[in-house]
Write a protein that binds this ligand. Structure first.
Ligand SMILES: Cc1cc2nc3c(=O)[nH]c(=O)nc-3n(C[C@H](O)[C@H](O)[C@H](O)COP(=O)(O)OP(=O)(O)OC[C@H]3O[C@@H](n4cnc5c(N)ncnc54)[C@H](O)[C@@H]3O)c2cc1C
Length: 149
């Protein structure tokens, strides 16, 4: 009978579902298997407070914009608008650490934001949404280089 060895003992099972996100290739490798998944940088900023969204109830009341020409999306998140960018030529990165390393508070799939990489995209987003993003009353409230697959 096959089993999975965990920090809490062995679990006998005939099948294993690896649901470890960007760490999945590492887990598969431990069993001599391969999961063809490449962690890729996904930049995102959150801008707000957007006056238009002030009275909206819930997280999303306006449509999500997916701009395929620029590999970007703009979507409401409560009182903010999130502007995300997935590069045409992906930037492959390995997660900085083991997600189970409780010693570190930072989210393992969040890396420091690189403004220079995002600047051209910000111009595209401003061109698309000058009223929402060009408003002097709003600001960037959160910005990350996230890791997704
Ligand atoms: C900035 C950003 C914005 C995104 N926006 C969207 C969006 O709008 N819509 C969307 O659909 N997706 C979005 N995504 C992608 C989405 O976050 C991922 O596709 C999704 O989280 C993947 O889910 P998952 O369960 O496969 O992996 P994860 O959510 O990464 O979960 C994997 C889990 O496995 C755990 N783990 C890893 N190794 C081990 C181990 N050895 N032992 C035990 N546990 C382990 C980790 O701690 C983690 O909890 C975004 C990603 C980023 C970075």
């Amino acid at each position: 009978m096959r089993s999975v060895r965990t920090t809490s003992g062995d679990i006998e099972t005939a099948a294993v579902a690896v649901c470890c996100g960007v760490w999945s290739p590492r887990i598969a490798k431990m069993a001599g298997a391969t999961i063809p998944l490449i962690p890729t940088v996904h930049q995102m900023i959150s801008v707000g407070p957007i006056p238009l969204f002030a009275d909206t109830v819930g997280e999303i009341a306006y449509p999500i914009i997916r701009d395929m020409d620029t590999n970007m999306y703009e979507r409401q998140h409560g009182g903010d608008i999130e502007v995300g960018f997935l590069r045409a030529s992906p930037d492959h990165r390995e997660p900085r650490r083991d997600p189970l390393d409780r010693g570190v508070r930072a989210v393992a799939t969040e890396m420091p934001f690189t403004q220079d990489d995002f600047d051209p995209q910000l111009q595209d987003a401003l061109e698309l949404m000058p009223v929402l993003l060009g408003d002097e009353r709003v600001g960037v409230r959160y910005a990350i280089n996230g890791l997704s697959r």
